[in-house]
Design a protein around this ligand. Structure first.
Ligand code: SAM
Length: 374
């Protein structure tokens, strides 16, 4: 298997280099309207934003910033295939403008636009981002009627364009089965509150990543596994440090990233080229978590009924029998500045790791073995 990863330095309010109905999934996080760090960017995009901010008119500034994002959302409707998904990470903003403090509800404004564009809105995920900062409570302290609830979550909005995706022939059906996730992953990933505390990013440039409001790699990795298949193409119109592209590499999907600020260029390329060990660790972590799950399940409940045909370990349902995981063998830059990634299938696990009464180990994937410490 082989995937390619393209970076376009451009303004995503026009995605003219991307064809209609050519994208299988969008995973992205825009600049957040009414969060100060993005004022300059929005003011550069629209004089209405600039005027409204200078006149301390928060409501007009909010609306004008969203009118710029609306142009990107409209392009997403054009480039997405019917039946595919868009996942938008967004936080609301709280801010005092003039002497008025209020909530600017970015998530509801975006849901409204997507509905008007023709997308179906699906249940959202709350990404819990608890903080222990001593100054997190705003307003009048212990005195009543002037203190404000602290925002400690962001949203992952999920939309579908049109009818459900169809898997008509046997090849499509098999690709879908091979791209499936484990039963216990379904139970965790499809819950409506996510908390990435404790996950290790372990990527370089963590400083720059936090200054550029990058989301955790686990967030994009999860969404890509949930809403796309191997060899699909994932688009991020606000690429930033390239977290979506890195996750697509780990998931065996192609990607296109669009970013207005080409200062990110060397960082993205550098990260993509050095990413295979981290990506293989994500895959091996899935395997070890599954092996742990099977062990606990077998010990506390019953032996599992089904066996996965490609890896040999037990699984809970028939739908998991064809899951095929891949490890990365090579990452290279092509002549036209794309990143090309090659993979090998992870083989059967045999006789070393204990699962109930049996033992398993990875037997044929050298690149995975180094990442797998069961
Ligand atoms: C919230 S950050 C995205 C962070 C990204 N998810 C990551 O993990 O690094 C938003 C990004 O969108 C970029 N951006 C803002 N407006 C844009 C536009 N019109 N076209 C393309 N990129 C844009 C910004 O430069 C910034 O890097």
């Amino acid at each position: 298997m082989k995937t390619t990863h393209k970076i376009i330095f451009a303004d995503s309010r026009s995605l003219s280099s991307i064809q209609n109905e050519s994208i299988d999934l969008v995973v992205t996080s825009p600049p957040y309207p009414m969060i100060q760090m993005w004022d300059e960017l929005f003011s550069g995009m629209s004089d209405d934003v600039k005027d409204a901010l200078s006149k301390n008119d928060g409501n007009i500034a909010f609306e004008s910033m969203h009118r710029e994002l609306d142009k990107v959302w409209s392009e997403l409707y054009r480039v997405l295939r019917t039946g595919s998904f868009a996942c938008i990470n967004i936080g609301d903003a709280t801010r005092t403008i003039g002497d008025r403090f209020q909530l600017y509800s970015n998530h509801s404004r975006i849901i409204n636009t997507f509905r008007l564009l023709g997308f179906d809105t699906l249940p959202v995920v709350l990404w819990r981002k608890q903080t222990n900062a001593p100054n997190k409570f705003m307003g009048s302290g212990m005195l009543p009627s002037g203190a404000y609830v602290t925002l400690e979550h962001e949203y992952i909005l999920i939309f579908r364009k049109g009818n459900k995706r169809e898997f008509k022939n046997e090849t499509d059906k098999l690709a879908r089965m091979q791209s499936s996730f484990f039963w216990e992953e379904r139970n965790k990933w499809f819950s409506d509150i996510w908390d990435f505390k404790g996950t290790q990013q372990g990527l370089n440039h963590s400083d720059l990543r936090s200054r550029s409001a990058a989301y955790p790699i686990e967030l994009a990795y999860r969404l890509i596994n949930m809403y796309s298949l191997y060899n699909d193409t994932v688009l991020d119109p606000f690429m930033g440090t390239g977290t979506t592209a890195l996750s697509a590499i780990a998931c065996g999907r192609n990607s296109i990233g669009v970013e207005i600020d080409n200062n990110f260029s060397s960082l993205i390329f550098e990260q993509e080229k050095a990413f295979s060990a981290y990506a293989n660790k994500l895959v091996s972590d899935r395997i070890s978590s599954h092996v742990d799950f099977v062990k606990t399940y077998t010990e506390t409940k019953n032996p599992l009924k089904y066996t996965n045909n490609n890896h040999g370990f037990p699984v809970v349902t028939k739908q998991e029998q064809e899951i095929q995981l891949y490890s990365i063998t090579q990452v290279a830059e092509t002549q036209n500045s794309e990143i090309e990634v090659k993979y090998e299938p992870v083989g059967k696990l045999e006789n070393e790791v204990e699962i109930g009464k049996e033992q398993y180990r990875i037997n044929n994937s050298s690149s995975l073995q180094m990442a797998l410490t069961l």
